[in-house]
Ligand binder design. Structure first.
Ligand SMILES: [Ca+2]
Ligand SMILES: [Ca+2]
Ligand SMILES: [Fe+2]
Ligand SMILES: [Fe+2]
Length: 484
């Protein structure tokens, strides 16, 4: 499929237009007594509920996500490893050096708590988990409290491989029980409560601050599959347990934040429509319920972008989804947040140096070039899967040829030689680093594409516009206020 230069003979009419229907939210109010003179008020439809706060002192927390640690012993050279990288451009060969650099920086930081929102390993290899948990142990020895939650790559992963020459060989991966054992010190052993049907747990690492680690990964469905489930969601039992935990914490006046891998909210318009695996199942209803129960914010990962989104429920309660980018994707960010009773102050930093041969380049330039080059290969594959979703009768090869043709198109040849692939790549990089800077040339081209009669061009214009446009909240350095 890859590298084919054959011109497609399939009519564009064969591509069904993507459906851009608006997503409609559902509100779920809950009953409670109205009151005044409260430290915090949660709104219910037509009334307010009083929350008498526990005294939460300002607490500094470091957050990083998607380290995708890969044990170097499992092989990071050869054709098989290169073939893997070509369809998933993460800095995997560099991942162990990046994680070590991050741990080194966090040891020196004044944050006392460290949260990691999943995809701890490349593909759930047991050796990678063991080595990564050793790094976390070092972090705890330096006086930090560390909490983890699994991502879609971490458990029961059928793609746990080692690489040598032309061969990828399956290696031992881990079960949910093994995850709990390996990361016992990083959440499970000190949990106030644990969910029986998932790896979710609750901790109170500072008086007045409850962290609900919510396991949204669907690894139970991986059994018998050749690749892991990417999507996320909560079973009825887990959702019930989470809601009970929020209620109990709020009844005691705690500040409540969540930690989970998948997005609770959309981070760009149409994310659920185009990238359904990146926002949890039923996100509109679940986020509405979390907001109305009084959860202030969730820390998420998975899409590898630095983005903060917010939503206000029908009853008027706000909840934030603070997504942190991946350590193995440009700009390799992490966050230092200060949680107070009434607000979260967010500061973001990027990894500056790693102990790895970056070909004489500063690490940030190396990571940028790696992503930019990688996107040229990955974007046609991404467009292929979008085409196949909207037209399942096409074979993968047919869809790839259409995708390649769309990606190589110069939408405004009289102004610029930039192709759709160049533009989408630039937009993705902007979205990954956060606080997207709009490029005036791209704005003009995007408008033209949005006005096109061709459904494919129109859809790609929509995606471009969406990736460049931030719907809510600054992404890197900002202050987020809780419900008053
Ligand atoms: Ca953004
Ligand atoms: Ca944002
Ligand atoms: Fe990831
Ligand atoms: Fe993920």
């Amino acid at each position: 499929m890859k590298g084919s230069s054959k011109k497609t003979i399939i009519s564009k009419k064969a591509v069904v237009a993507f459906i851009l229907s608006a997503l409609i939210g559902t509100s779920v109010p809950f009953g409670a007594n109205a009151a005044s003179n409260c430290d915090q008020k949660i709104k219910i439809i037509g009334a307010q509920k009083c929350i008498k706060s526990d005294k939460l002192k300002d607490t500094k927390i470091a957050v990083f996500s998607d380290p995708h640690y890969f044990a170097p012993e499992l092989g990071t050279t050869g054709n098989a490893f290169e073939a893997y990288l070509a369809q998933d451009r993460k800095l995997i060969a560099e991942s162990s050096a990046i994680s070590k650099s991050a741990i080194g920086e966090l040891k020196k930081s004044d944050a006392k708590i460290v949260l990691i929102s999943g995809d701890l390993t490349k593909d759930g290899e047991k050796l990678s988990h063991q080595q990564f948990s050793k790094l976390l142990k070092e972090l705890e020895k330096s006086g930090k409290k560390v909490y983890v939650i699994p991502g879609n790559h971490d458990i029961n992963n059928p793609e746990s491989n080692s690489y040598s020459g032309d061969k990828a060989t399956p290696v031992e991966n881990i079960s949910p029980d093994q995850f709990k054992k390996i990361y016992n010190d990083f959440g499970f052993s000190e949990a106030i409560s644990r969910d029986k049907s998932s790896l979710s747990y609750v901790v109170e690492p500072a008086p007045g601050l409850r962290i609900i680690a919510m396991d949204s990964a669907l690894y139970k469905e991986n059994v018998g599959k050749t690749s892991p489930v990417i999507a996320g969601g909560f079973s009825d039992e887990t959702l019930k347990w989470i809601k009970q935990q929020i209620k109990e914490a709020k009844a005691k006046g705690k500040t409540v934040v969540g930690l989970m891998h998948h997005g609770l909210l959309e981070h760009f318009t149409g994310e659920k429509q185009y990238f359904s695996d990146f926002v949890i199942e039923n996100w509109e209803k679940v986020s509405e319920e979390f907001a109305d129960l009084g959860m202030e914010a969730v820390f998420t990962g998975h899409f590898h972008a630095q983005d903060i989104a917010s939503k206000t429920s029908a009853a008027g309660n706000k909840i934030y989804d603070i997504e942190t980018g991946s350590l193995v994707s440009y700009p390799s960010p992490y966050r230092i947040v200060d949680i107070a009773k009434d607000k979260i102050t967010v500061e973001s930093k990027n990894i500056k140096n790693i102990n790895y041969d970056t070909k004489g380049l500063p690490y940030q330039d190396y990571a940028y070039n790696y992503l930019k080059t990688g996107l040229k290969e990955v974007l046609p594959l991404m467009i292929t899967s979008l085409i196949m979703k909207s037209n399942p009768s096409l074979t993968q090869e047919q869809a790839y040829m259409l995708a390649k043709q769309a990606a190589d198109t110069q939408p405004a040849p009289s102004i610029t030689s930039m192709t759709v692939c160049d533009l989408l790549g630039d937009a993705m990089i902007q979205h990954y680093k956060g606080d997207e800077e709009t490029n005036p040339l791209a704005t003009v081209i995007t408008q033209g594409m949005l006005n096109s009669q061709d459904p494919m061009t129109k859809s790609l214009g929509f995606l471009l516009n969406s990736a460049y446009t931030d719907p809510s909240e600054k992404d890197n350095n900002t202050t987020l206020y809780f419900n008053k």
